[in-house]
Design a protein around this ligand. Structure first.
Ligand code: FE
Length: 169
């Protein structure tokens, strides 16, 4: 059984993961409007990853006999100055996700809810990769500044990213 407080917090995280997915869709449409289809592909994959995260919490709540609450999804930011700004905002978004996952872990620890602690450990590890992915590309796009040829090479590199659902549960 999940406590009411933890159930509510996990539901808020489902909402935030879907909001994350929607935010990355907004980033996809911005970069695709600049004809950067490889970057667009990167964000389309990110959209799927975030939905996968949402579904992982969704499945967990149901497995624990809890109720999934569907709330409104906030409007994502659609204002970007340039490609550097997109990755800066993406990195900040992932840092916010990490803070939220840590808060959930604190709550699960307080309640000594070991099953939820175990679920959140997967997300804690995942966030290391997510932040690293955004900070690495941010550094690269900064180096591409005023060098369109380098930017197009990076665009080609990002065109190869594919979504692979993690096999470990
Ligand atoms: Fe996520």
């Amino acid at each position: 059984m999940l406590s009411k407080e933890l159930e509510k917090a996990l539901n808020e995280q489902i909402n935030f993961e879907i909001y994350s997915s929607y935010s990355y869709l907004a980033m996809a449409s911005y970069v695709e409007s600049l004809d950067l289809s490889g970057f667009g592909n990167f964000f389309r994959v990110q959209v799927q990853e975030e939905l996968f995260h949402a579904m992982k919490f969704y499945d967990y709540i149901l497995q624990k006999g809890g109720n999934v609450e569907h709330d409104a999804i906030n409007r994502p930011n659609q204002q970007f100055n340039d490609i550097i700004d997109v990755f800066q905002k993406g990195l900040e978004h992932e840092q916010e996700v990490t803070r939220r996952i840590y808060n959930l872990a604190d709550l699960a620890n307080e309640e000594k809810d070991h099953a939820t602690i175990s679920l959140l450990r997967w997300f804690i590890d995942e966030q290391v990769e997510e932040e690293n992915s955004f900070s690495t590309i941010l550094k690269k796009v900064k180096r591409c500044n005023d060098n369109p040829a380098a930017l197009y090479m990076l665009d080609d590199e990002l065109a190869t990213r594919i979504f692979t659902p993690p096999t470990t549960k």
